[in-house]
Design a protein around this ligand. Structure first.
Ligand code: ADP
Ligand code: 5SP
Length: 507
């Protein structure tokens, strides 16, 4: 039997899973790390934490599994998108990574529009300038930390920094590179025009591959550290969302998924490139060669629930520890006791600004309709519902773009919650399914590795053999109109507060 490893460098932690060639989990290990928020709207992580977590989790799965290292045929890496890793000529990390949900780059987004023009940016990168994407972050460092910028020799995305550690290669692949805003997305190569306009040296960026291509092999030193063979192949892998698409079988038109991780993403595969001229959803290269995807993003999806847990659910944390169950499971049980609409309480999940559909880094979270009858349980349910309203906003944009979705999968930490899945089904008014494997991105990149290793001949063929549908949640007829009423009200709240968010940000 052949085996493959998938590494997913997420925001809350890095998870490594060892799969057999049929996609069954043999061993899995996650190590968490912090996100630093030095200022309101800033978000950073330490690349050393990612590297340590990858090394320790790979060592752990190999030790736990007892699988012989010769049978591990390949490694795929997935990761949070858009994060900026800057290295000097000796590969030293120059500053903490500014990650995807950081919102400090409003001035640089204006600068990008001034230099290149909004329409040109959309034509080349398939997206308007975005605060969380990598190009704006590079310009921010140039404008604000010239002493750091003067030492830059390499720029990598989070998972590509891990690739460098594994293989010594400076490389990336099309799905994650699409989120740097320096890629010519229709043509799947770096844009010389943009690099020259932003004065970014092309030699700083890695070579761009398709996601299932071999980008390098394990060095002798890393192989010894990890308990693997020197020369084991490392494929391109994918940004976490393109990876989750492969891991849930979303590799053909009509198929889509919703992931609730720290962020929330609604993702649909498209065999032809499809662009929202208003820039409300992103268009990126998919992990299947010569295909694309559209995705809408809620910045603070699982993050909202985690924020609520960490600040208001101390009792659940302690009880969960005593009972040996998951804290989120207890929170879901409490939220289930509250009716649809949270007793007339709405929540806007804009804790880290918002992308789809508002593209507003100044937006902030809101509880709307608080009354003295409300309890913590109502607020908890409102948080879950508010995130789901925001995900529905993404589906509305797809409908406007004529991107038709007939099959919706759910994944990510929040996708494991039956309550959250039933909210999705009610608000989308369609079936929401899960796949038997819960490993989303890690499985996706392990599948890419199995294609790179020649175990399967294509990504769709591998998905056909490996991905199995598990649970199906149908919409509840009585809930659909009730949620629709609240959703329509939810849609009115942001426009009414837009100017006030900007004013607050200016204080
Ligand atoms: N049982 C659950 N019920 C509801 N939400 C959950 C549950 N388990 C995890 N979550 C949510 O999933 C998030 C973590 O998802 P994950 O996919 O691991 O994140 P990331 O990819 O950002 O590291 C948590 O912040 C939490 O909001
Ligand atoms: O910014 C995006 C997609 O554009 C996020 O999806 C990040 O890629 C982070 O993902 P999680 O850590 O929440 O999975």
């Amino acid at each position: 039997m052949a085996y493959v490893i998938g590494v997913d460098c997420g925001t809350s932690g890095t998870k490594t899973v060892l799969f057999d060639e049929k996609g069954s989990v043999i061993a899995s290990k996650t190590i968490e790390y912090p996100m630093y928020q030095p200022k309101n709207g800033y978000a950073e992580q330490d690349p050393a934490d990612w590297a340590n977590a990858m090394i320790e989790t790979v060592k752990a799965v190999m030790a736990k599994s007892g699988v012989s290292k010769e049978d591990v045929k390949g490694i795929g890496i997935s990761g949070q998108m858009h994060g900026l890793v800057m290295l000097d000529k000796d590969n030293n990390v120059l500053r903490r990574s500014i990650i995807w949900c950081d919102q400090r780059t409003a001035a640089e987004v204006e600068e990008m529009n001034r230099i290149v023009g909004r329409d040109k940016l959309v034509e080349i990168t398939a997206n308007p300038a975005l605060t969380g994407w990598t190009a704006a972050k590079i310009l921010w460092v140039k404008n604000n930390e010239p002493e750091v910028y003067s030492k830059v020799a390499h720029i990598l995305l989070p998972k590509d920094y891990l690739r460098l550690i594994l293989t010594g290669e400076y490389a990336t692949e099309v799905s994650d590179a699409s989120g740097m805003q320096l890629l010519d997305v229709p043509n799947r190569k770096w844009s010389d025009e943009l690099l020259s306009a932003f004065e970014i040296d092309k030699s700083w960026l890695g070579k761009v591959h398709e996601s299932c291509e071999v980008t390098g092999t394990l060095t002798k030193k890393m192989a010894e550290t990890l308990g693997l063979c020197e020369g084991t192949i490392v494929v391109g892998g994918a940004g976490d969302n393109a990876a989750a698409a492969v891991g849930t079988g979303v590799v053909e038109d009509g198929k889509a998924f919703t992931t609730i991780g720290t962020s929330g993403v609604v993702f649909a595969h498209t065999s032809n490139i499809s662009i929202d001229k208003k820039g409300r959803v992103h268009t990126c290269c998919a992990a299947v060669p010569n295909t694309w995807h559209v995705m809408g993003v809620t910045q603070g999806a699982g993050l909202s629930l985690k924020w609520f847990r960490d600040n208001f659910c101390m009792t659940e944390k302690e009880t969960a520890k005593l009972m040996g169950v998951d804290e989120y499971y207890l929170m879901d049980k409490q939220a289930e006791t509250v009716p649809v609409g949270a007793n007339r309480l709405l929540y806007l999940p804009y804790l880290m600004g918002e992308r789809t559909p508002h593209l507003d880094p100044d937006a902030r979270g809101v509880f709307f309709g608080l009354s003295a009858i409300h309890t913590r349980k109502d607020m908890l349910r409102a948080v879950l519902e508010g995130v789901t309203y925001s995900l529905r906003d993404c589906v509305e944009v797809f409908r406007e773009m004529n991107v038709n979705v007939s099959d919706m999968m759910a994944c990510g930490g929040g996708g494991s919650s039956p309550l959250w899945r039933s909210m999705l089904a009610d608000l989308y008014n369609c079936n929401v399914k899960t796949v038997a494997s819960k490993e989303g991105p890690a499985l996706g990149v392990a599948i890419l590795a199995s294609v790179g290793a020649g175990i399967y001949s294509s990504v769709p063929e591998a998905c056909g053999a490996i991905i199995k549908t598990d649970k199906v949640q149908a919409p509840k007829a009585e809930n659909v109109p009730e949620y629709e009423k609240y959703y329509q009200l939810y849609r009115e709240i942001y426009p009414a507060l837009k100017a006030q968010f900007a004013k607050l940000a200016s204080f």
